[in-house]
Ligand binder design. Structure first.
Ligand code: ADP
Ligand code: MG
Length: 181
């Protein structure tokens, strides 16, 4: 089992906030980074990828790769955006050429990446989006697994700081965010 770091949980209240959070995280991206996007349909995985791409300076429109499986965008770093929802078999992952994608100097984002964990390297950032109490509320859990992202725990915390609710601070109502989800 890979060593696991403590998770961070942020909250967003609109799709633009989720994109903004993702763009802030993109500033930390390095060549060869792997980001897993987990969460149910409609949770905001593609929205996160759109913000991440914007943060990397991608100007092309980023759309869901559910049917194309993989899409490539040019930015400060190249971004490979994958969606493995339609992969029936774990062995089909081999056809994605993941090792090559991770090795070409860009970053790789995989929607539903948590469903192919055994086929992935053990060094990644997992972003788990879950529905919050309101229609446009989302919880965004971040978990650094492996040395590369764990070494960035402090800057990760700083990047998401504006999106973390502080109990009792400045009128932010942490009790609402703490509701069961
Ligand atoms: P997924 O890729 O996880 O299936 P999408 O990103 O395609 O999800 O869709 C998320 C949907 O939820 C979009 O229609 C988006 O506008 C909406 N939405 C509402 N609030 C949020 C939020 N806080 N974060 C992300 N998406 C949100
Ligand atoms: Mg999607």
């Amino acid at each position: 089992m890979p060593e696991r770091a403590a998770a961070l949980v942020a909250e967003t209240r609109s799709v633009d906030e989720t994109r903004g959070l993702a763009a802030a995280l993109a500033d930390l991206a390095r060549p060869g980074d792997l980001v897993l996007l987990a969460g149910d349909l409609g949770a905001g995985k593609t929205a996160f990828a759109q913000g991440f791409g914007r943060g990397l300076g991608v100007t092309e429109q980023i759309t869901s790769p559910t049917f194309t499986l993989a899409q490539e965008y040019e930015g400060r770093l190249r971004m490979h955006h994958l969606d493995v929802y339609r992969l029936d078999q774990l062995r089909d992952v081999a056809g994605l050429g993941l090792a090559e994608l991770l090795d070409d100097g860009g970053v790789v984002l995989i929607e539903w990446g948590d469903s192919i964990l055994p086929a992935l390297p053990s060094d990644f950032l997992e972003v788990r989006l879950t529905f919050g109490p309101g229609d446009d509320d989302r919880h965004v859990g971040l978990r650094a697994t492996g040395p590369s992202w764990q070494g960035r725990t402090r800057v990760l915390g700083e990047a998401v700081e504006p999106y973390v609710l502080h109990k009792g601070a400045g009128g932010a109502d942490a009790s609402a965010g703490g509701a069961a989800c």
